[in-house]
Design a protein around this ligand. Structure first.
Ligand code: AHR
Length: 506
């Protein structure tokens, strides 16, 4: 049995827990919206056509900010199509996902859905095929109280109150050649700067996110961020990061250490943003919006390129709400998701917004069947439990753990952990990355001044590839970890192999 020890110091604060770390993402993609959150014929649907069983799961998930409506979708989207009387809305082709978009769900309906789920809207503007004027129009429609053409149109469309959207994405993945209207860093940086300047002239308290590289594997990663920020630094508040992880070629050890790559990614973007800031003699710090992250089985193998096969994609049929990107997640995937969320928390000083991509059916923690049930994927649990338990300040743990070698990420610690502490409670989140051995971890929590373990749960299974499916929706769920015990200021817990654990103290 492996052993590890963790020191927690209440004074070793990284930053406050930012609720926006627990954001998610709803794109008009596959069955995320249609036959996902929206299914008018479903027995739980409300008057807008939204499934209330899905709403309940979204609330339980504890997601906060929700990015909308894309993703790649946004780069061909005309927002005007999706407001006003539903029977007058045009049906369009969505080039990004080769789908038919009926526009039956748009900004006003989605804003109402967000109210049901207690979430904040983070809206993306189309800078792929549109520009400054359309972004300003959408801002006027969404946020201006009344008395102008577009705010009055919103009121006439049944939304008397402005939607008050604070966070806006200036396009999506504008560096990727799969993106409709993709650009060079220079062209995009200039367009983003001019759009941001105009939007902030209209409403100075907006929080604007400029697109970073669409992944750290892009050849221009780093250079793209530098160039884009050189143009836009004064006008924007965040730079975006996107990262998806998967197990390659049966190398579970590397996959379980994916958070090391996220660490490197964040450190690199922070260094690049600060470099531009120093050059500009600016006291302002650009924050990171990690607005797409998850496990996604995008590549069949290590050698795959970044893009879908264009010939195969171009010959596919145009369909409405096709089943796309419906990954079914295992225990190992959930351990990685839990660990990535821990990593985001550890960077709370600079990552102040994040979005799990995505929310329903499309690489999602929640799955649905038309006319049928909605259920939790394995990845639902580490997200919902962390969102519920993490509060107060994030602490920097000192971890003494055995290590192992990985092919993709070098040396990784077997145990990883993060902790948060509030006035009268604390939470510790841990993973055991060992493939076969349990680990006993001792955690010095004396400085927290808390006396009791109030909750201890572990997600694990004898089969790390166990999944929840339509026919077995509750095959995997967290179980109480009865080994967790607190005595003389030392918390001791045993972690099964390939597991994620949360312990709350009070
Ligand atoms: O989340 C799925 C897709 O991944 C998004 O549309 C895009 O931004 C990214 O490449």
């Amino acid at each position: 049995m492996a052993r590890a020890h963790i020191e927690l110091d209440k004074q070793a604060v990284i930053a406050p827990v930012n609720r926006r770390t627990f954001g998610s993402f709803v794109e008009h993609l596959g069955r995320c919206v249609y036959d996902g959150i929206y299914e008018p014929g479903h027995e739980t649907a409300n008057e807008d056509g939204f499934r209330l069983d899905v709403v309940e799961l979204v609330k339980e998930l504890g997601s906060t900010t929700i990015r909308y409506p894309g993703g790649n979708f946004v780069s061909g989207f005309r927002w005007e199509d999706s407001v006003g009387p539903r029977d007058k809305r045009p049906v369009r082709r969505d080039l990004a996902w080769r789908s038919i978009e009926t526009n039956q769900v748009g900004l006003d309906e989605f804003a109402r859905w967000l109210k049901l789920t207690d979430s904040e809207l983070m809206l993306a503007v189309n800078l792929g095929t549109r520009g400054i004027l359309e972004a300003l129009d959408l801002l006027e429609y969404a946020n201006h109280p009344s008395g102008t053409a577009l705010s009055d149109l919103r009121i006439a469309n049944g939304s008397p109150e402005p939607h008050n959207v604070r966070m806006w994405c200036l396009g999506n993945e504008m560096d990727g050649n799969w993106q409709t209207g993709f650009m060079s860093a220079d062209d995009y940086g200039k367009l983003a700067a001019r759009t941001a300047q105009a939007m902030k002239t209209a409403q100075p308290d907006l929080e604007l996110v400029v697109c970073g590289s669409s992944g750290s594997g892009m050849p221009h990663f780093g250079d793209w961020e530098r160039t884009v920020l050189e143009h836009s630094y004064e006008f924007v508040d965040y730079v975006s990061c996107h990262a998806y992880y998967q197990e390659y070629n049966g190398d579970l050890g590397s996959f379980l250490a994916s958070s090391l790559d996220m660490d490197y990614f964040i450190d690199t973007v922070v260094a690049t943003a600060d470099h531009v800031g120093y050059k500009k003699r600016s006291s302002k710090k650009i924050m990171l919006s990690f607005d797409e992250w998850n496990v996604w089985y995008l590549h069949k193998s290590d050698e795959d390129g970044d893009n879908p096969d264009p010939a195969a994609a171009a010959s596919a049929e145009w369909r409405h709400a096709p089943r796309l990107l419906e990954d079914v997640y295992s225990v190992a995937d959930a351990v990685v998701v839990g660990n990535l969320l821990m990593t985001l928390l550890k960077h709370s000083d600079r990552v102040t917004s994040a979005s799990l991509a995505q929310l329903v059916n499309v690489i999602a923690p929640i799955m649905t069947e038309p006319g049928g049930p909605a259920w939790r994927q394995t990845t639902f649990y580490p997200f919902s439990i962390t969102s519920r338990l993490a509060s107060g300040n994030v602490l920097r743990p000192v971890i003494e753990s055995p290590t192992y070698d990985t092919a993709r990420h070098g040396q990784a610690s077997v145990i990883d952990a993060v902790a948060t502490v509030d006035d009268d409670h604390a939470a510790v989140f841990l993973v055991n990355r060992d493939l076969t051995e349990p680990a006993t971890v001792t955690i010095d929590v004396r400085s927290l001044g808390l006396a009791r373990v109030t909750e201890a749960v572990t997600l694990a299974d004898a089969d790390p590839y166990a999944k929840n499916t339509l026919s077995e929706q509750n095959r995997v769920a967290p179980a109480p970890n009865d080994s967790a015990a607190l005595a003389d200021g030392v918390l001791t817990v045993t972690l099964p192999p390939v597991s994620w654990t949360a312990i709350a103290l009070g």
